[in-house]
Design a protein. Sequence first.
Length: 255
Amino acid sequence: MARRRQIYEGKAKVLFEGPEPGTLVQYFKDDATAFNNKKKGTITGKGVLNNRISEYLMLRLQEIGISTHFVRRLNMREQLVREVEIVPIEVVVRNVAAGSLSQRFNIPEGTPLPRSVVEYYYKNDELNDPLVSEEHITAFGWATIQEIDEILNLSLRVNDFMSGLFLGIGIRLVDFKIEFGRLYHDSGDVQLVLADELSPDNCRLWDMKTNEKMDKDRFRRDLGNVEEAYQEVARRLGILPEGGPRDMKGPSTMQ
Ligand code: TMP
Ligand code: ASP
């Protein structure tokens, strides 16, 4: 494998310098963490599945006119993406009460919300990604008022589209987290695009019939069958790697 400069290593992904200026290679690891790194583990084959699932969802979103950082999948664990400046905000969209919302307001998990709820968290591990308001975001300069307006609009479109897409395969999109990046064009234009990843690592996906969890909560809450749940999401999306799960333990990079 050619030697490449590593730009950044996160909990679930590594970013390398891309083959041409303005691009990066996003490598998906099998590592899983939860509760800000307090819980650590490995989900065998997760990187391969998330690479595919994120590719699939980003491409579908591009088809309805939502710009993303995704360029193309390179191999089992890597995808080529545009280099962007990440807006340091995690946007969470919720349709059904679960997780921290259920805890904060004492609402039983599974209660449908009267309307979709959008929350912003400041991306800062030392502070434990605190919940913030639009006022904090604009006052501290993490994003402009115009950017946050656009982020809200895009996030709701992503939610509507993905809710429908998952409904079609018998899965309820309970909530999800997304991130945005600024793409600097040569013309001087700055464009907000969907970045990071879209996968069962950052969505809550429940089977419509059984309410069974098909996402990272299986890891967070020690529910077992984590690999199988991610595989089932890929299978229903019609993108399980050829050869099935066997393929996923193969070489981590292929040239
Ligand atoms: P929460 O209920 O724990 O706030 O999570 C809401 C959604 O955001 C859920 O789909 C999981 C996702 N999420 C992340 O992707 N990264 C995180 O660090 C956290 C806390 C949640
Ligand atoms: N990925 C986050 C962490 O490692 C939290 C989570 O997804 O639960 O802290």
